[in-house]
Design a protein around this ligand. Structure first.
Ligand code: AMP
Length: 175
């Protein structure tokens, strides 16, 4: 069986969670399997090996699960991008639109150094609003965004269209 197929089989689709109509992609079965977790990290890292990534930005909350392992694998540091009001120190914020209204994500102002080479990670890209805001935070903080690495892309939502056109976007699995 191919790695992609193995990984896909370990992702559980939960209908109508957290709201009616959402097909939630649950990665916890994959995480609980030692070998699949390692394969997922390698697949996320693969396109960015030898790109000199210095920081992986993980998006709250499920970008915190594989993000630090991805960072370790690439020899980079890990930086959390959190929902508004969660980070304790001075922050930059970027807003993004939701189905109803706006929300914001934040980064610590001193999390990146000028010229840091940044890879942005989340488990799922849906509409792309959060990942796009994370990209703006990275640039505001002096980082150079080398790319985006997602485990799962919900292609029908066309989220990658909201990201910078000149920045590579990789997803291990597409639905
Ligand atoms: P986005 O619409 O791309 O800004 O996604 C918002 C957040 O919700 C991201 O962190 C995604 O990982 C998560 N998310 C959106 N849709 C799903 C889904 N169907 N299953 C699991 N996570 C999701």
């Amino acid at each position: 069986m191919s790695t992609t197929h193995e990984l896909a089989q370990a992702i559980r689709t939960v209908p109508d969670f957290p709201r009616p109509g959402i097909q939630f992609k649950d990665i916890t079965p994959l995480l609980s399997d030692r070998d699949l977790m390692a394969k997922a990290v390698r697949a996320l890292a693969e396109p960015y090996r030898d790109h000199g990534v210095t920081k992986v930005l993980g998006i709250e909350a499920r970008g915190f699960l594989l993000g630090p392992m991805l960072a370790h694998h690439l020899g980079a540091g890990f930086v959390p991008v959190r929902k508004r009001g969660k980070l304790p120190y001075h922050t930059y914020a970027e807003e993004y639109t939701l189905e109803y209204g706006v929300d914001a994500v934040e980064i610590h102002r001193d999390a990146l150094r000028e010229g840091d080479r940044v890879l942005i990670h989340d488990d799922v890209i849906a509409t792309g609003g959060t990942a796009s805001a994370a990209g703006r935070l990275a640039r505001k903080s002096g980082g150079v965004v080398l790319g985006f690495s997602f485990l799962i892309e919900l292609g029908f939502l066309e989220g990658r269209g909201r990201l910078e056109p000149d920045v590579p976007v990789h997803a291990v699995l597409r639905y």
